[in-house]
Design a protein around this ligand. Structure first.
Ligand code: MN
Length: 234
């Protein structure tokens, strides 16, 4: 009996483990030094290889402890429904911080490029920017202004309201993002551009000068990618 029940519980563990496909750290879409001088190579190496890698590792560790029904959720759905899933507080906090950390950084790398050009904005996204902010320069002021006011660690976002299709600027603390139902202000907003304002994103080169980092970030934006994000959400 004892042997049989041990074998059964081992099998149950194996079947849970085999259902779960761990998240992987994606490669940067460019070389570590590709964003210099705006963002230096060493910052990118630490940020990607240590910080982002840590979020992936800790997300996987947290997901290994939860039911298969939760493991199987797409990351976006996991974050959007996290508040109401049947999890312990420790599991929920670990997934919130590290699942958010993984999702946010995965986007952050792709919305930057060493060959930024505002000519790459699609006409549809530009029309939405004009409707929402008047001009691209106003969007810059609003996004970077919001990013500058984040107290402590967090993110600033350009997101698209899923109900109305209009654009909004918003901010979140820590590794939260506007997909998470903590962050909803009545309606879910899909991020199309995220700015990391944790000090680890800029401190080596900029020290406490967040504004210098934000101004440099604006000139790195991959508008083709942001346009794709906008169109995928429509
Ligand atoms: Mn970061």
């Amino acid at each position: 009996m004892r042997t049989a029940s041990l074998a059964a519980s081992t099998l149950a563990l194996l079947s849970v483990a085999s259902a779960f496909v761990p998240y992987k750290l994606p490669d940067l879409p460019y070389a570590y030094e590709a964003l210099e001088p705006a963002i230096d190579k060493e910052t990118m190496m630490i940020h990607h290889d240590k910080h982002h890698a840590g979020y992936v590792k800790n997300l996987n560790a947290a997901l290994e402890t939860v039911d298969a029904s939760v493991q199987e959720l797409e990351l976006e759905e996991l974050l959007a429904t996290l508040r109401t899933l049947n999890l312990t507080d420790a599991q929920r906090t670990a997934i919130r911080n590290n699942g958010g950390g993984h999702w946010n950084h995965r986007m952050y790398w792709t919305v930057m490029t060493g060959q930024s050009s505002q000519n790459d904005i699609s006409s549809e996204l530009m029309a939405a920017v004009v409707e929402g902010f008047g001009t691209i320069s106003n969007l810059k002021d609003e996004l970077l202004g919001a990013a500058g006011k984040v107290f402590g660690s967090g993110w600033a976002w350009l997101c698209m309201d899923l109900s109305y299709g209009d654009l909004r600027v918003t901010t979140t603390a820590n590794q939260d993002n506007p997909l998470m139902n903590w962050a909803w202000v009545g309606r879910r907003c899909n991020p199309i551009l995220g700015v990391d304002v944790w000090e680890h994103a800029y401190y080596l080169k900029r020290q406490n000068d967040r504004k210098a980092y934000l101004d440099a970030f604006w000139d790195l934006i991959n508008w083709e990618e942001v346009s794709l994000n906008y169109h995928m959400g429509l």
